[in-house]
Design a protein around this ligand. Structure first.
Ligand SMILES: [Ca+2]
Ligand SMILES: [Ca+2]
Length: 74
């Protein structure tokens, strides 16, 4: 599964507490780090919901890999 491994580094970067899942708070940190001036909790939750394929409120590595591969085709 080289494709998933490809996204592991990105995932680890976002998953600051290294629990293997990306929470809305962690996604919010990322959005702020990427330069979004003001990120509300609601905006972070909405962004997370777009990636969260199974709707459990957290983003797993496969979900992130799917999202990134669909939105950044090479
Ligand atoms: Ca986490
Ligand atoms: Ca999920």
């Amino acid at each position: 599964m080289s494709e998933i491994n490809e996204y592991q580094a990105t995932f680890d970067l976002i998953d600051v507490d290294s629990d293997g899942l990306i929470s809305a708070a962690e996604l919010k940190n990322l959005m702020v780090a990427l330069g979004a001036a003001e990120v509300t909790d609601e905006a972070a939750v909405a962004a997370l919901a777009a990636i969260d394929a199974d709707g459990d409120g957290l983003v797993s590595l496969p979900e992130l890999a799917d999202y990134l591969s669909q939105n950044a085709p090479r």
